[in-house]
Ligand binder design. Structure first.
Ligand code: ADP
Ligand code: MG
Length: 340
């Protein structure tokens, strides 16, 4: 398999007045060519910091303090801002949650997308740029594309602005597209359209996608493989089928139980995971989920579980998978037939 992205033992921290926020604490994964991978987890689990680390776009005091990020075989950690500018847009591009913060309100949208094209190909004439932007707008299904070039961001709806952001991200045909909660700010029917759009452009262009969301249901629509993050760590990794059929980490089970099921009675109460995420300045010594985990044993509170391999491409950081542990009441073994 051809790795587009290879992240090895990534550690990213923020220095704040109250201490070092250890936002990402040793994350490893790969993204293959043409693959669509999902990263899910509750707010604060380290999803955005992971993707901003890949982009080398950490804000403020954010620093990669350990590990490696290889894109197309090349190490990005330690590259200069100038070198990163030639890579961003062309090899990797990112779509953010709120298009309003990433679009310039004072410049017509067509010009902003044109600028992205120009920054990677200075030989393009103005007419060529405009023609390319119209093509891109058509690709992301912006109606009357040729007429909308001169519109300003505020003249677009939220969904249309997100289409502009997707057009901008696709402008230079990146090998990897990172989408960080691109539909979270949109209402449900528009969310669905944007997901369909992303699926069809991925098919057309064959790029790899890293799709970040707090909603496992959304991942099921778009991704073939999933990383479940919590407390700055990957707690489980599996293909999309196994994650739903055989979740191994109690945190993953909790996320599944809290998916709003649109096909069922809307009044059916969801089961949120009780408790709150860990303090990332003083992360717990053991499993970060242990204080909220219904199955936690003493070792879970004391020692960080290693990554246990459970099958082809399936792994989980959970002491319940430790074959050497005493088998007393292992809930994963009793769970097979019944419910989580
Ligand atoms: N600029 C920052 N300064 C300090 N801490 C930050 C900053 N950005 C993120 N964090 C912290 O890093 C952790 C991970 O955040 P983030 O990756 O944004 O979570 P997610 O995207 O999964 O919701 C959180 O504890 C968050 O408070
Ligand atoms: Mg985020």
């Amino acid at each position: 398999m051809e790795h587009i992205l290879e992240v090895q033992d990534l550690h990213t921290s923020f220095l704040t007045s109250s201490g070092e926020v250890k936002a990402v604490r040793g994350v490893s994964f790969t993204v293959e060519k043409g693959e669509s991978i999902g990263i899910v987890g509750e707010s604060g689990s380290g999803k955005s910091v992971t993707s901003l680390s890949v982009m080398q776009l950490l804000a403020g005091t954010g620093r990669i303090v350990g590990g490696s990020v290889k894109l197309n075989g090349r190490e990005l950690v330690g590259l200069s801002a100038k070198e990163m500018r030639t890579i961003r847009g062309k090899e990797v591009a990112m779509i953010f949650q709120d298009p309003m913060t990433s679009l310039n309100p004072l410049i017509p949208v067509g010009e902003q997308v044109g600028e992205m094209l120009w920054s990677h190909d200075k030989a393009l004439s103005k007419a060529e740029r405009e023609a390319r932007v119209v093509d891109l707008f058509q690709m992301v299904r912006i109606p009357e594309a040729d007429k909308r070039l001169k519109s300003f961001p505020h003249e677009f709806s939220g969904g249309m602005r997100q289409r502009v952001m997707i057009a901008m991200a696709l402008a230079c045909k990146p090998d990897l597209l990172i989408a960080d909660e691109p539909t979270t700010a949109l209402d449900v029917s528009i969310q669905d359209q944007i997901l369909k759009l992303m699926r069809s452009v991925q098919k057309e262009m064959g790029m790899s996608i890293m799709f970040i969301t707090h909603d496992l249901g959304v991942v099921a629509e778009l991704c073939s493989r999933v990383l479940v993050m919590y407390g700055g760590l990957i707690m489980e990794e599996a293909n999309i089928f196994d994650i739903f059929e055989q979740p191994l980490h109690p945190y993953t089970m909790g996320l599944i139980a809290s998916i709003p099921d649109l096909n069922q009675d809307k009044k059916k109460r969801l089961q949120p995971i009780i408790g709150s995420p860990p303090d990332m300045i003083h992360p717990p010594a053991g499993c970060p989920f242990a204080p909220r985990c219904p199955y936690a044993c003493r070792i879970c509170l004391e020692e960080l579980p290693p990554v246990f391999r459970a099958g082809e491409g399936h792994s989980s950081r959970c002491w319940l998978l430790d074959e050497d542990a005493p088998s007393t009441g292992n809930p994963l073994k009793n769970r097979k037939e019944g419910q989580p």
